[in-house]
Design a binder for this molecule. Structure first.
Ligand code: CP
Length: 350
């Protein structure tokens, strides 16, 4: 009896201190968040986010990054579905890992082996996940506009993980976060995006977020990658056909892969020619401002849009972008799924 009591006291003390420990860890990002909520339920486009939303995401992401491999129970009991109908390494792995870090149950769904291959619509698939009480649906699809459509028809928070040629908002956020981490502030900095801007959803998000942070934007691309109406749609972006001219006076250089899966290769004689005329090599990168950084959203086609030797330089931030992607996506998942104002998303189930 006495031994049993000692065990109970000991066990009670251990469980009490473990609970307190978990609460202490959970409180660290809460202190930074200060009960702030996003102004939106879904993150489909950078345009959905207010400037306050962007700064809230960055503040919380910075804290999650600082806390490293710490585990939280902030989304305990919640479910994150990562629905990827196109290939992905970085985005899918980081959204899944983010969910696990937050204590959520995470489920991966890809087009192979789902009922989509039997003719079910993506809309019905999403409603099926919704019926399983999904809290977050992260979706990547080759079709522009699908996440927007789904967001209107499910109660779960929808995060766009890349839709066709439209947007990839978490990539735009993590890229901006990486620039700010390096420079402190990017107001007045010049960002040059080189390559296939016409098929790139990453560009779709960069062109929306960077002006909000008061950075100047340039693009350098073959004429075939600059669509009719580009200059009217984005009058704040300077367009260059000569990459060397574009690099002069640049602080941040972002290279984009030729999006062959979306027809990017058809705008070029050959990838080899693109590499010769627009590929960023050490000689070209040296034309940028002293202290400039090089970025790429990945996946990289080495020796095409970026030459191999540049990949391992200290000024190349590609792996910092990947690391920051985890922090930004952890912040996004927590903020969309755990609202402190307890507002509930309204949606049309039909
Ligand atoms: N940048 C990016 O979206 O990479 P993945 O296709 O590997 O997710």
């Amino acid at each position: 009896m006495v031994i049993q009591r000692i065990f109970m006291v000991l066990f009670g003390a251990i469980s009490y201190s473990t609970d307190q420990m978990v609460e202490h860890i959970n409180n660290l990002p809460r202190e930074v968040r200060k009960n702030r909520d996003l102004s939106v339920f879904d993150v489909v486009s950078i345009d959905d986010l207010s400037n306050d939303d962007i700064h809230l995401i960055f503040d919380v992401a910075k804290k999650f990054k600082e806390l490293g491999n710490e585990k939280f129970s902030l989304l305990k009991g919640m479910t994150v579905f990562c629905v990827f109908f196109e290939g992905s390494t970085r985005t899918r792995a980081s959204f899944e890992l983010a969910g696990k870090k937050l204590g959520a149950d995470t489920i991966n769904i890809t087009s192979n082996g789902t009922s989509i291959s039997k003719g079910e619509t993506l809309h019905d698939t999403a409603q099926t996940l919704n019926a399983m009480r999904a809290n977050i649906i992260v979706v990547r699809t080759e079709y522009s506009g699908i996440p927007q459509f789904l967001a209107k028809h499910v109660g779960a928070a929808v995060i766009n993980a890349g839709d066709g040629m439209h947007e990839h908002p978490s990539q735009g956020l993590l890229d901006a976060f990486t620039m700010i981490e390096h420079y402190g502030d990017i107001a007045g900095k010049t960002v040059l995006v080189v390559g296939d801007i016409s098929h790139s959803r990453v560009f779709g998000s960069l062109v929306r977020i960077l002006p909000r942070l008061r950075a100047s934007m340039r693009v350098a691309a073959p004429k075939t990658f600059v669509r009719n109406g580009f200059r009217e749609a984005f009058p704040h972006v300077q367009v260059f056909q000569n990459v060397e001219e574009a690099l002069l006076g640049t602080d941040i250089v972002i290279a984009l892969r030729v999006q062959e899966e979306r027809g990017g290769g058809k705008g070029l004689p050959t990838l080899r020619e693109f590499s010769k005329t627009f590929g960023i090599n050490e000689r070209r990168f040296a034309l940028a401002n002293v202290g400039a950084i090089f970025m790429h959203p990945g996946p990289v086609m080495r020796d095409i849009e970026v030459h191999n030797a540049l990949m391992t330089k200290g000024t190349t931030k590609i792996l910092n972008q990947v690391e920051n992607g985890l922090a930004v996506r952890t912040a996004l998942e927590w903020l969309v799924a755990d609202r402190t104002d307890k507002k509930v998303k309204l949606y049309d189930s039909i």
